[in-house]
Design a protein around this ligand. Structure first.
Ligand code: NG1
Length: 394
């Protein structure tokens, strides 16, 4: 990317960063195991003009978010927990550590992504700001280097997340899902069959990953590590990571060993991780042979596992999944971290309108939503390209 937005020539530049919907492979990216998300046709835009100093100042078009202003440096102090500006600071600190000192900019942010909905609005912000800094300073990054750097960068906010979101937002491909492996990071685009429709529905329960939800998220990361260490020790495996374990042993053997070596809670967490990884493999095969029903069945099994074994669903998400299946979806499950947020459903194009109407009638109308808000909470997501930078002509 080139240095391009000098205030001297008055050039304004825009970064467009999509959100993402994960089709399957939930809560396994931080265990190094492959996932299958898509970048979607909703996202955020960062429109910026460079400045002569290191100050970044951002305003959001959404008035709920107050302006953010700070100087780029290798140690940027955090704002209050849960504050949106921390995602802006996260990108700034990481890039300064990698390539500083750097020049800042004035930016305006506009988003079409619902906040705290499990659609990666936070990672879209990290990626959007990072690409703005990169463009403003004429930096060069290999795509995978940047995906890894920004996954690490976002941990600044206190969540021990994996790398799915940043990789998807940067690497999205129009019409494709991405099979993303993390050990090493490899993105394999898989064509989504033309007749498949991906429906996103908000449970209307915010899934803010700050406070209690963050503690639960980080606790799951730790529980997975503990389960892995115990099973690897029992098997005499020297390298305790999930990828190696799955290469050397069948899931059924690992689950048997886990049953003997782990308490009930850790065994259930372990079982979710292993069976979800197998479901990703099955889902890729189903997508390749255009098997909508087979793919849908795996989504339903994923939801059961997330609800029973991983305990990251909630009553509204469960109800919305049931509503979607009753309305004709081939499969439905929570998407993203859970604890609220959205359900992703898969349906054939011919059944899609009927599904949308029935979900609206059964889930949203009883909750008092007005028709004009419908497309905010219930929509078809198109698999889309990743983030990009473009110059704005006045
Ligand atoms: P969301 O839904 O965007 O909060 C989080 C993690 C992902 C992944 C999913 C669960 C971050 C930035 N994102 O996503 O890495 O672990 O939960 O599959 O922490």
């Amino acid at each position: 990317m080139r240095r391009n937005s000098s205030p001297v020539n008055g050039q304004t530049t825009r970064v467009i960063a999509p959100g993402r919907v994960n089709l399957i492979g939930e809560h396994i990216d931080y265990n190094g195991l492959p996932v299958l998300p898509v970048a979607i046709d909703r996202g955020l835009e960062v429109t910026f003009r460079g400045s002569d100093d290191s100050v970044i100042s951002c305003v959001s078009r959404d008035e709920r978010f107050d302006p953010v202003r700070f100087s780029l440096s290798e140690t940027i102090e955090r704002g209050p927990p849960g504050h949106w500006g921390n995602y802006v600071r996260a990108a700034g600190q990481a890039l300064c550590r990698a390539r500083g000192p750097l020049r800042g900019f004035e930016a305006q942010i506009v988003s079409s992504l619902p906040i705290a909905a499990g659609l990666s609005s936070s990672s879209a912000l990290v990626v959007g700001i990072a690409l703005a800094i990169i463009a403003e300073n004429g930096l060069e990054f290999a795509p995978r280097e940047l995906m890894i750097l920004l996954a690490e960068a976002e941990r600044y906010v206190g969540t021990a997340g994996g790398g799915m979101d940043q990789a998807t937002i940067l690497g999205g491909r129009h019409g494709h899902a991405l099979h993303i492996g993390f050990d090493p990071l490899v993105l394999l685009p898989i064509p989504v069959p033309d007749s498949w429709r991906i429906v996103v529905a908000s449970s209307l329960v915010p899934a803010a990953k700050s406070g209690a939800a963050r503690r639960v998220y980080n606790a799951r990361v730790e529980e997975c590590r503990q389960a892995l260490a115990e099973v690897a020790r029992t098997l005499g495996e020297p390298v305790p990571d999930y990828v190696t374990l799955r290469t050397h042993w069948d899931t059924s053997v690992l689950l048997d060993v886990g049953k003997g070596a782990l308490d009930d809670l850790h065994h259930r967490r372990f079982r979710h991780v292993l069976t979800e990884a197998d479901r990703v493999t099955g889902a890729v095969e189903a997508m390749r042979r255009c098997d909508l029903v087979g793919f849908g069945r795996l989504m339903v099994a994923s939801q059961v596992s997330l609800r029973e074994d991983y305990e990251v669903s909630c009553p509204d998400l469960d109800e919305l999944v049931d509503c979607s299946l009753a309305a004709g979806a081939a499969g439905a499950r929570l998407t993203g971290a859970g604890f609220g947020g959205c359900v992703v459903s898969l349906v054939g194009e011919e059944e899609c309108d009927a599904l949308l109407d029935e979900m609206w009638t059964e889930y949203y109308l009883p909750r008092g939503l007005a028709e004009q808000g419908r497309s905010e909470v219930l929509f078809v997501a198109r698999p889309s390209a990743g983030a990009r930078v473009e110059e704005v002509t006045a």
